[in-house]
Write a protein that binds this ligand. Structure first.
Ligand SMILES: [Zn+2]
Length: 271
């Protein structure tokens, strides 16, 4: 995820200066085959625009932030039917140009594999952004009414009658229930795949040994040297299994058993 600030300083949602106390986050989908977030910036950065969301997400991980997070947006309708604007941050996911709307929230999919790939990637961006915002505003993503879609907002009586995001997510196996779980997981930092194996390691097994991290934050690199890219970070007090050693100049690097990469053993202590 890469948050890029691109504030719509001409939009009334920005210029009127009204703020909210953030109580939740609402996910939308733009409802047109438009993968580029900048198009929405251009549409909404006008004094004549009467709507605006806080951010628009792309499949490449870009989050285009259009409003300060605590400004009152206008993303889920007007009047009492749109009262979600007073409590929830609104975020749109973009949609791929491989679909064509045929009326309402129905669409034809010309390239199901590409569409699924796009939707899955924007979902991932949304999980990362929502985890970030839940931490920022101290929100529990699994508490009732905190993380909702536009259509769930309608059912709760706080948003206009739209079918997003389920109209597109459900076709590709994604659900709001899973979304809330995935946000919670992301907040706990267990996006598992390349995360190193910490603490639960209690034995060195065959040919390994344990070290404790002594630096506050230590980079894990893809190879044994500072010229290799950083794959993740480990923290003071955590314990890892080292399964191999390599010298680079005068620095000894240890290979993590998890496969996450190498750490400089000068910032560790054998345990
Ligand atoms: Zn919506």
């Amino acid at each position: 995820m890469n948050i890029k600030e691109s504030i719509v300083t001409k939009n009334p949602c920005y210029t009127c200066g009204r703020t909210i106390t953030v109580q939740g986050l609402m996910i939308h989908s733009v409802g047109c085959p438009q993968p580029k977030a900048s198009v929405f910036f251009n549409n909404w950065n006008k004094s004549s625009a009467n709507v605006c969301v806080h951010a628009v997400l792309q499949a490449d991980g870009t989050v285009l932030q259009l409003l300060p997070w605590n400004r009152r947006g206008w993303h889920c309708g007007s009047g009492s039917k749109g009262s979600g604007n007073n409590t929830h941050i609104g975020v749109e996911t973009t949609e791929p140009d491989t679909i064509k709307y045929t009326g309402g929230s129905s669409f034809k999919d010309f390239n199901p594999a590409a569409t699924k790939d796009f939707v899955t990637k924007t979902y991932k961006t949304a999980v990362e952004l929502f985890a970030y915002l839940c931490k920022k505003y101290n929100l529990n993503p699994e508490k009732d009414g905190v993380i909702i879609s536009h259509s769930e907002g309608h059912k709760r009586g706080i948003a206009s009658n739209h079918g997003d995001v389920e109209h597109i997510w459900n076709k590709y196996g994604l659900t709001m229930a899973q979304f809330r779980k995935d946000i919670k997981k992301a907040m706990n930092g267990s996006t598992a795949a390349q995360a190193p194996d910490k603490k639960q390691e209690t034995t060195t097994g065959t040919g390994g040994y344990l070290v404790k991290i002594t630096a506050g934050i230590l980079n894990v690199r893809k190879g044994p040297g500072t010229s290799y890219p950083v794959s993740t970070q480990v923290h003071a007090g955590e314990v890892y299994t080292i399964v191999g050693e390599e010298m680079n100049g005068s620095t000894k690097w240890g290979k993590l058993k998890s496969g996450a990469g190498y750490i400089s053993l000068g910032y560790t202590k054998k345990v």
